[in-house]
Design a protein around this ligand. Structure first.
Ligand code: HEC
Length: 144
């Protein structure tokens, strides 16, 4: 199928795999980045990308406001993650005029490959009890 299309449109040669097989993307990287160690940070890397690149459409007032990605929970529910991953992978998302830089795309795809780790701080009550006046270990003398 690609071969026939390729012969008909030699100028699209390199884009054949995608252009001839249904994707509107004129060129889309084929490689799938593996999960790196450490994984990309949701808080510091991934969420800022989603908020600036996806939420203008996938958020209040956007064209896809019914599929919002404002929070991690939103993405898990409305994405869902696997669909988001696929859409970015084949360059169907983000739609124009938004776009991902090469490094944004890389980090986003790596985060999905890592199964969407969530590095937000726990809401409250961590082990680090910041009490005042710590009076040391109870080292009373042995009583008898
Ligand atoms: C310019 C607007 C726009 C931007 C930016 C955008 N989207 Fe979308 N998105 C849409 C529209 C419109 C649809 C529904 C129609 C469609 O699928 O084309 C959609 C649908 C989707 C779907 C569902 C597709 C399906 O077939 O089930 C996913 C997943 C998605 N977007 C993910 C993303 C992600 C992730 C980003 C950011 C990297 C993003 N989108 C950025 C407009 C946008």
């Amino acid at each position: 199928m690609c071969g026939a299309r390729l012969a008909a449109l030699p100028v699209l040669g390199l884009g054949c795999v995608l252009a001839a097989c249904g994707s509107p993307a004129k060129s889309c990287p084929q490689e799938i980045p593996p999960c790196p160690s450490p994984a990309p940070s949701l808080v510091n890397e991934v969420n800022p990308i989603i908020q600036s690149v996806c939420v203008p459409c996938h958020g209040p007032g956007g064209i896809e406001a019914n599929r919002p990605y404002l929070t991690y929970e939103d993405m898990a529910t409305n994405g869902p993650f696997l669909t988001m991953y696929q859409q970015v992978l084949v360059c169907l998302m983000p739609q124009a005029p938004q776009q991902l830089t090469t490094s944004q795309r890389q980090r986003l795809l790596e985060w999905f490959a890592c199964r969407e780790p969530d590095d937000r701080a726990p809401a409250d009550g961590g082990p680090g009890d910041a009490g005042s006046g710590d009076d040391g270990p109870g080292d009373g003398p042995p009583s008898d």
